[in-house]
Design a protein around this ligand. Sequence first.
Ligand code: NDP
Ligand code: DGY
Length: 327
Amino acid sequence: MSAQQILKVFVTRRIPQEGMKILQKAGLCNLSVWDSDEPVPRAELLKGVAGAHGILCLLSDKIDTEVLDAAGPNLKVISTLSVGFDHLAIDEIKKRGIRVGYTPDVLTDATAELTVALLLATARRLPEGVEEVKNGGWSTWKPLWLCGYGLSGSTVGVIGLGRIGLAIARRLKPFGVKRLLYTGRQPKPQAQEVDGEYVPLDTLVGESDFVVVSCSLTPDTQGLCDKTFFSKMKKTSIFINTSRGSVVNQEDLFEALSSGQIAAAGLDVTTPEPLPTVHPLLTLKNCVVLPHIGSATYSTRGVMSELTANNLLAGLTGSEMPSELKM
Ligand code: NDP
Ligand code: DGY
C-alpha cells in the first residue's frame, strides 16, 4: 500500500481553494471532503472521521470524545481553520497524544479592524441611521437626533490583551483615547506600546466608556459578562464582543440594554450561531449584531486556509507545524 492510500484525512467543509490546492499537491493522503458551505451533520462527521489520520475542521465542528472515539487510534492531527479552539476537547486530545494546528496571527489584523468598525457602528448608531434614511425617518437635521458616543477623550477597557486585543488597542489609540485599561491573567509587557494600564476587572468595567471583549473562551471566561458585570458599567458605556458568544450571558445583556443600564452593544459572536431571527436581542435598536465575520476578508481566509493545510500536513508527517497549539 502506498502512503497515499494509507493516510486518510477528513475535511469537514469546503474550504478556500488555497488550502485545498496545498493538500492536493502534497499527494500525501486520501482526502474526503464534506463538499458543502453548510456544516457537516453530526452523523456524517462521525462517519467521515472513522479511521482518519487527520481531521481538518472548522470552529462550528464540536470535536469531542465521541468524535475522537469515532476516528479511532489512527488520529494523529486535528487542524482547525480558526485561532479559537474552544470547540476542541483539548484535555482528551492531549491525553490521546493528538497534535493540534490552529491559525493565530494571520487573522489578527482583520479581526481587530472589524472590531473597530463594529465599535464605531454601534457607538455612532450607523445601522439605525442607514435604516432611517431608507424608511423616511430622516425629516431634517435635528440637534440631538441619532447622537451617540465618541472615542476622543474616552477610556477604553480591553478584556484580554492578547494578539487581537493589542491590535484593537493599537487601532483605537489614534482616535484620541485618553486611557487604555486592560485585564487578563497577568500584566503584559507589550501593553506599554499602547500605554495600557493593567487593572482589576471591576475597575475596568466601572471606568470604561467602551468595554471590548477579546479574550479566549475558557471555563474562567464563560459567562463572565453577566448581570453583575453589566450593573457595574456606566449607563453611557458601550459593550463590544468579538471573542465568543458564551463569554456573555445574553439574557443579562438584553436586560441591561433594554433597561438603559448600558448604552449599547455590538456583537460579532453570539450563542447560538446563527442567532435565531426571533431572538430578543434583535428587537433592540441599541444592539448591533454581526454574523461572526471578524476574520472575513478574502485574503485572510485564504491565508488561514493555507496555514490550516500546512499544519495538517506537518501533523501527518510528524514534522514541525507552522502553528501548533501548545497544550
Ligand atoms: P490570544 O491567546 O492571543 O489572546 C487571548 C487573550 O485572552 C489573552 O490575552 C489572555 O490573557 C486572555 N484571557 C484568557 N483568560 C482570561 C481571563 N480569565 N480574563 C481575561 N482575559 C483572559 O488569542 P487571540 O487574540 O488571537 O484571539 C482571541 C480570541 O478571539 C480567540 O480565542 C477567538 O475566540 C476570538 N476570535 C474571534 C474572531 C471573530 O471572528 N470574531 C476572529 C478571531 C478570533 P492572558 O494572556 O493574560 O492569559
Ligand atoms: C477564529 O478564528 O477563532 C474566529 O472566530 C474565526 O476566524
